[in-house]
Ligand binder design. Structure first.
Ligand SMILES: Nc1ncnc2c1ncn2[C@@H]1O[C@H](COP(=O)(O)OP(=O)(O)OP(=O)(O)O)[C@@H](O)[C@H]1O
Ligand SMILES: [Mg+2]
Length: 220
């Protein structure tokens, strides 16, 4: 479960996020919509601790982040897939996925490899574990980035415009991956400008306009 309560964020005089509140339940997909400059990426960056915020609360299950100094309490609970995937170019697919579990979370290589292979199965890239990022298509790289984010077993997974560089068929495969993750109880928050994709995956549509939540709509 991800809940945002009265979150405010300014860059100097620019009040970018104004009293943002909404909630996405466990295993739900929430989609953030809104014009360019509305504050969507800034909100995602606040949620995953890349950006400090002025006041408000970010709650994941029973953990609360009331201000930027508490970020650590939520770290590891939130995964992020960036628009340009941010894969390590000099590491193979499987090495990209086990990097953080082994080096940051001190898992054994055997444990990390086991889960990475399960994740590669979920994202349908079982046969690509020894490939390097440059040997993969954009959609395949995107799916490696998803597997890598999931390797840290996040409760919440955030995506910033995951489909912007992908063709229709690849988007379909990403939709399937997201539905599988959701059925495993991961809460997902996605920024997109692609209304077709949004309607396909969303349980909840959250529209932000000039830093304000304009409407929250349940999708049946
Ligand atoms: N690091 C920063 N320093 C100062 N201002 C910033 C910074 N990051 C974002 N902003 C401002 O915050 C506002 C919201 O930007 P943001 O990137 O969140 O928009 P967005 O909704 O993601 O837009 P887009 O759909 O174009 O990606 C903009 O006015 C932008 O100039
Ligand atoms: Mg953005």
């Amino acid at each position: 479960m991800l809940e945002i309560k009265n979150l405010n964020k300014s860059f100097k005089q620019n009040h970018v996020l104004k009293d943002i509140s909404f909630k996405i339940e466990k295993g739900e997909i929430g989609v953030l919509l809104g014009k360019s400059g509305a504050g969507k990426t800034t909100l995602l960056r606040c949620i995953n601790g890349l950006e400090e915020f002025d006041n408000g609360k970010i709650i994941i299950d029973d953990k609360i982040n009331n201000n930027s100094k508490d970020i650590l309490t939520l770290k590891g609970k939130i995964g992020m897939v960036f628009q340009n995937f941010n894969l390590f170019p000099h590491l193979s697919v499987i090495e990209n996925i086990i990097e953080a579990p082994v080096n940051v979370f001190k898992e054994t290589k055997k444990e990390a490899l086991e889960r990475s292979r399960e994740l590669l199965d979920i994202v349908d890239l079982k046969d690509k574990e020894d490939f390097y990022p440059y040997e993969l298509s954009g959609g395949q790289q995107q799916r490696v980035a998803i597997a890598r984010a999931c390797a840290l077993m996040p409760k919440v997974l955030c995506f910033d415009e995951p489909t912007s560089a992908l063709d229709k068929d690849t988007i379909k495969s990403i939709v399937n991956v997201m539905k599988k993750l959701k059925s495993q109880g991961i809460t997902i928050l996605i920024i997109t400008h692609d209304i077709g994709f949004a309607n396909e995956v969303a349980d909840k549509l959250i529209t932000i306009s000039k830093g304000v939540v304009e409407c929250v709509e349940e999708v049946s």
